[in-house]
Design a protein around this ligand. Structure first.
Ligand code: F6R
Length: 607
């Protein structure tokens, strides 16, 4: 993963590089580093851990220079130490890298056999040595980069400096994103437009295999066959304002509280209250001809996809396959020509999902993308782009993007159902009415924040926690468990409530809290039966339901959380709130780093 930025500037760059890294920290925060050229030398500052450590180092030892590169790391090869922090450098070449060099071992062996010495355990350092070896042998930097890019297998976005060429910055991308930014007598490289937003809005997105030579005389992009190409310069439209936490203690809490507004904002693009119709962008293919949908995503976005499977099958009667992206491509899935493949992603950059998207396209699928970052690679590669309007999500644990994804997916399910002749105008009106109730119902759910905070201490001491749900509440159980484990570091699992008796029930004792998500409705009684099986074995249950549900089954529970009564269609959107708040408050009690939990990154750009 990792985030990279480079500046060929006309004034000192290290402060601006650091600022760019702050905007890229969502891509990893294991270590960070900056390299500039001054006094004919490559000079680096690197620090283990969060960016503040690097900032402190720069305060103590400022780094002059009007050209520089910088990196924030999510460790793949080698521990998150200072030695493994980028930029990696020889005496002649320094570079930063996002991605994985899969053939680094043979390359490293070859370079060691030639007498080169490595100072890190990273895959990246081989690239610095490969290019440096050729430069030291007299090859021009541009030629050395061109030749050696061909030797790299895997994924990379690179920004490269050369000690003897203080007016030269070279970038390259394959599999990992890289943009070129055009400023006033300055040129930039960045993992995304967000990193460059305070510097420029004029952005060119590099294509797969592109590489770029930036000098004071101008910028030249080459394609994968080394032919000079032009890439359109567009206005990124990305705000340069720094996003803050407002009055909230963490970004995650702020984002949880934004949900009534952002879900309403998202719905506004997909439902028309005027005539109570769902209204999606018209695809350039015939929705009514779609016979099968393949949904692919990762993590929380995958759980949104699982909810959508229930909806697509129930409303549109279209069969749905769903896969986590990391499995999809490698299991040789069978897809009918002309099928619809639907990709769901907050970032639009998740490497596994992106690779799956490209695979589906190569198999003749129409590509629909539900994505939160409108400038992302997935957004740009979609046939049918369905943006969520959640706004920037900074907390690593996804919250508002999830509920906005559900809002879009519900509208898509209704649209598909209408196209298939499975939803008459009266039913469509009902769907629109229920969806439109979601923002107020989310507000109603947020009103229980204090009650949830007060009961978080019941969960915080647990070593293991189980979440149970049926129907669309089953993916929510999985999502609840994911939220809890990623931010509180408590082991948690989600199960389909009916599946408990096939094994997991053996885990039940008085030390394992069981969170049961059971809005009153058609599946309520069945879920409650499963809950009672847990209670009969001494299990301590937290029941999340509405007033009727709590009245009917709340007795004997360790705690209950009362939700507003909502239609089953929007229950997964509304019940996401207590699940998020519970994980949040438990994490706060445990004193973890809620917004940047250990070992994680917001955008997972390696396979
Ligand atoms: C969990 C979480 C992750 C992401 C996953 C996919 O809170 O945030 O599981 O959902 O990494 O990321 P996107 O949606 O950006 O493709």
């Amino acid at each position: 993963m990792c985030g990279i930025i480079g500046i060929l500037g006309n004034q000192d760059v290290s402060g601006r590089l650091l600022d760019g890294l702050r905007r890229l920290e969502y891509r990893g925060y294991d270590s960070a580093g900056i390299c500039t050229i001054h006094d004919d030398q490559l000079d680096r500052r690197r620090a283990e851990g969060k960016l503040d450590n690097l900032a402190r180092k720069l305060d103590g030892e400022p780094l002059p220079g009007i050209i520089g590169i910088a990196h924030t790391r999510w460790a793949t090869h080698g521990a998150p130490t200072q030695d493994n922090a980028h930029p990696h450098a020889t005496g002649e070449v320094a570079l930063v890298h996002n991605g994985i060099i899969e053939n680094f071992k043979p390359l490293r062996d070859e370079l060691i056999a030639k007498g080169r010495t490595f100072t890190s355990q990273t895959d990246t350092e081989v690239v610095a040595h490969l290019i440096s070896a050729d430069v030291e042998a007299g090859m021009e930097p541009v030629e050395a980069v061109r030749t050696n890019l061909k030797r790299l297998h895997g994924a990379f976005a690179l920004a490269i400096l050369f000690r003897q060429h203080p007016d030269l910055l070279i970038g390259a991308r394959l599999g990992s994103p890289l943009v070129v930014g055009y400023g006033e007598n300055e040129t930039y490289l960045g993992s995304d437009a967000l990193a460059l937003a305070p510097l420029t809005q004029k952005i060119a997105y590099l294509d797969e295999g592109d590489w770029v030579v930036i000098t004071r005389a101008g910028t030249q992009i080459y394609d994968k066959d080394d032919q000079p190409v032009e890439r359109p310069i567009v206005n990124s439209g990305v705000s340069s304002l720094t996003i803050d936490k407002g009055n909230h203690r963490h970004f995650m809490l702020k984002e949880i509280y934004e949900q009534p507004i952002v879900v309403a904002q998202t719905l506004k693009s997909y439902v028309r209250r005027l005539d109570d119709q769902v209204s999606l962008p018209t695809p350039d293919f015939d929705l009514s001809a779609i016979r099968r949908v393949t949904i692919v995503a990762c993590g929380t976005s995958y759980y949104a996809g699982m909810v959508a499977k229930y909806w697509f099958e129930q409303f549109a009667r279209v069969p749905v396959d769903i896969d986590v992206a990391s499995e999809f491509r490698y299991r040789q899935p069978v897809m009918e020509d002309g099928g619809l493949a639907l990709f769901i992603s907050q970032s639009g950059e998740t490497a596994d999902t992106l690779a799956a998207l490209r695979h589906a396209r190569s198999e003749g699928q129409k590509i629909a993308v539900v994505v939160n970052v409108p400038t992302s690679t997935m957004a740009r590669e979609a046939d049918l782009l369905l943006p969520t309007h959640a706004g920037p999500e900074i907390g690593v644990a996804s919250t508002k993007a999830f509920t906005c994804q559900l809002a879009v997916l519900a509208a898509l399910a209704a649209n598909l159902a209408r196209a298939k002749g499975r939803l008459d105008p009266r039913e469509e009106k009902e769907v629109v009415r229920h969806l439109s109730e979601a923002p107020a119902a989310i507000n109603g759910a947020l009103a229980y924040d204090e009650a949830i905070e007060a009961m978080a201490h019941l969960i915080a001491p647990a070593r293991d926690v189980l979440y149970l749900g049926r129907g669309t509440d089953y993916p929510l159980a999985l999502e609840g468990a994911l939220k809890l484990k990623e931010i509180s570091y408590i082991h948690a699992e989600g199960y389909a409530a009916g599946e408990m008796k096939h094994g997991p029930i053996a885990l039940i004792d008085e030390n394992v809290p069981v969170i049961v998500i059971a809005p009153s409705g058609p599946l309520f009684d069945k879920t409650v039966s499963n809950m009672q099986e847990v209670q009969a074995r001494g299990g301590k249950v937290v029941l999340i339901s509405d007033y009727d549900g709590i009245q009917a089954a709340g007795d004997g529970c360790m705690a209950t959380i009362t939700m507003p009564k909502v239609h089953p269609l929007i229950a997964p959107i509304v019940y996401a709130i207590p699940v998020q708040l519970l994980a949040y408050h438990v994490a706060v009690l445990k004193g973890t780093d809620v917004d940047q939990p250990r070992n994680l990154a917001k955008s997972v750009t390696v396979e």
